[in-house]
Design a protein around this ligand. Sequence first.
Ligand code: SAH
Length: 283
Amino acid sequence: METGVPVGEVYLVGAGPGAADLLTLRALRLMQAVDVVVYDRLVGQGVLDLLPATVERIFVGKMRDRHVCPQAGINRLLVDLARAGKRVLRLKGGDPFIFGRGGEELESLAAAGIPFQVVPGVTAATGCAAYAGIPLTHREHAQTLVFVTGHTKDGEPDLDWPTLARPGQTLVVYMGIKALGSLCRRLIEHGLPATTPAALIENGTYDHQQVVSATLATLPARAPDPRLAGPTLIVVGAVVALGRQLGWFSGAGVPPGAALSDADGPAGLDGASLDGGAPGASG
Ligand code: SAH
């Protein structure tokens, strides 16, 4: 397409699970250097507050079951903004390559010949586990770690139950709260003891994080109403029990004096250079 305008670039950036100070320095630098940000529902307000006022903001989040902007429309929007010469920050909750459709967005950019870069983020599994004091692997309890999505169009998730119900592993389920009852039941049916520790972490890493720690048998009855709950992660496995001893986060945030208050000014973070030695990927 010949517009005479130099093509912009798209930065696919993970915003982390919620707490703003879990952003990477690279994400922060890019936030301070782009023209427009295209962001999702899961990006925390504290992260958005770190954007300079001059950056245009476009919300393309999906409210559960109600698509504000279908994926094809988001793909097209990113291409159009870049073709208009903009530097575009595509900001996603967690890590863009973990249940984030980041791959689909990059495929469409690559097909359109738009240059892009990818910045990883702290994914919900590692962020929530850290803030709930649940070590996802442990030499005595879990040698395998599995991330799955519990998302279903209608009803039961279609998962490889025998694999998920193996002993000696930790299972982390994204988007699973609606299917929690059938998930726990299926895991028991496929051989996990009903007493296997299982937890829900709601609004993980935010000050209002809630952890419900129970067992496969008892967790469903203790879950919040999925229609009212914030983003919620399910963790199953022996390591969950360690959270009772290792849970440390009370919502109090970082120690005094370490607040992320000068984000728009510290040396080296002013976003002047976007290429900073990192190879840019292009389509
Ligand atoms: N790309 C994201 C995941 C998007 S899928 C990442 O890497 O984290 C959305 C699911 O992620 C939610 O349904 C929930 O299961 C989980 N999730 C995201 N943020 C969360 C949070 N702060 N607390 C608990 N679960 C979260």
